[in-house]
Design a protein around this ligand. Structure first.
Ligand code: NAD
Length: 295
């Protein structure tokens, strides 16, 4: 069993650290927020006084933070004081450029590094069923895989440093676009007098089939576990979809890729967020789509 430092104990990091404790690892944890530290302590982790104190003498360091600037700030503090050859994994969703800078910093100090953003949300974090999309050298990935397996069920090596973040934003751009498409189809069906169930029964077994429809249906009824049946409580909040679609647009601009639907999806989710619905599950975008018809 490993000696693991975990920094960033929010909605995702808290339960992920708890799963490492459950798997038998010795976990030392740190977060800026006292309530998150208290929860981690109750879950069986040792609490450090700072990020730097957290990483002293550990085999593996994991960060789960809001954005690229937080990751670079924490990595700049901890990487220089880690024992040479230590593995550092960032599970946050951040921009590809910051991820590459983080890898370069780790390499400069002789560390193994992996970017490993996740899919699966808070339910996946609690249930240890996350998918990890990893970027980094083969040796670093091989060392990270058994650790990540305690927190997820699918661990994919996507390529060199930054490839995990690239896979994450491409996947979530598909998701953001397809959820709007499914919402538009249900909104049109309503106007045409077609029942939700009838559209679902046809499209879920026809060429319109996709995850946004069959696993996360944005109207109540056809898929009982979808947030539509629970007043659109997240799940995956619309504000996080705006974040990921913005990362995708930044990456597209930097790489010179054309993503017109990704851009439009970002604008639609931004408008929903600006109207005060950032905390609503992203499948609630169907409400915004319906509201456009009235204008
Ligand atoms: P969160 O805001 O709940 O948690 C982030 C934590 O980082 C907070 O507790 C904060 O206090 C802590 N933090 C910030 N700066 C710090 C510092 N310098 N030192 C120590 N701690 C610090 O966010 P979350 O929902 O847990 O998401 C974390 C990451 O995972 C984000 O990048 C997010 O985009 C990604 N993600 C979230 C979900 C989801 O459904 N919530 C799903 C997939 C990916």
């Amino acid at each position: 069993m490993a000696n693991i430092a975990f920094i960033g104990l929010g909605n995702m990091g808290g339960p992920m650290a708890a799963n490492l404790v459950k798997a038998g690892h010795k976990v030392t944890a740190f977060d800026l927020v006292e309530a998150s530290r208290d929860q981690a302590k109750a879950d069986g982790a040792a609490i450090a006084e700072s990020s730097v104190a957290c990483v002293k003498g550990v085999d593996v360091v994991i960060t789960m933070l809001p954005a690229g600037k937080h990751v670079l700030s924490v990595w700049n503090e901890v990487v220089p004081v880690m024992t040479k050859g230590t593995l550092i994994i960032d599970c946050s969703t951040i921009d590809v450029e910051s991820a590459k800078q983080a890898h370069a910093l780790a390499a400069k100090h002789g560390m193994l590094s992996v970017d490993a953003p996740v899919s699966g949300g808070t339910g996946g974090a609690k249930g240890a069923t996350l998918t990890f999309m990893c970027g980094g050298e083969e040796k670093a990935f091989a060392a990270a895989k058994p650790v990540l397996e305690n927190m997820g069920k699918k661990i994919v090596h996507c390529g060199v440093g930054g490839a995990g973040q690239a896979a994450k934003i491409c996947n979530n751009m598909i998701l953001g676009i397809s959820m709007i498409g499914v919402g538009e189809a249900f909104a049109l069906a309503e106007k045409l007098g077609l029942s939700h169930q009838a559209l679902f029964d046809v499209a879920s077994t026809s060429s319109g089939q996709c995850w946004a429809l069959t696993s996360y249906c944005p109207v109540p009824g056809p898929v009982p576990t979808s947030p539509a049946n629970n007043d659109y409580k997240p799940g995956f909040a619309s504000a996080l979809m705006v974040k990921d679609l913005t990362l995708a647009q930044d990456a597209a601009k930097a790489a010179g890729a054309a993503t017109p639907l990704g851009k439009h999806a970002q604008e639609i989710y931004k408008a929903f967020d600006a109207a005060g619905h950032g905390g609503v599950d992203f499948s609630g975008i169907i409400q915004h789509v319906r509201s456009l018809a009235a204008k």
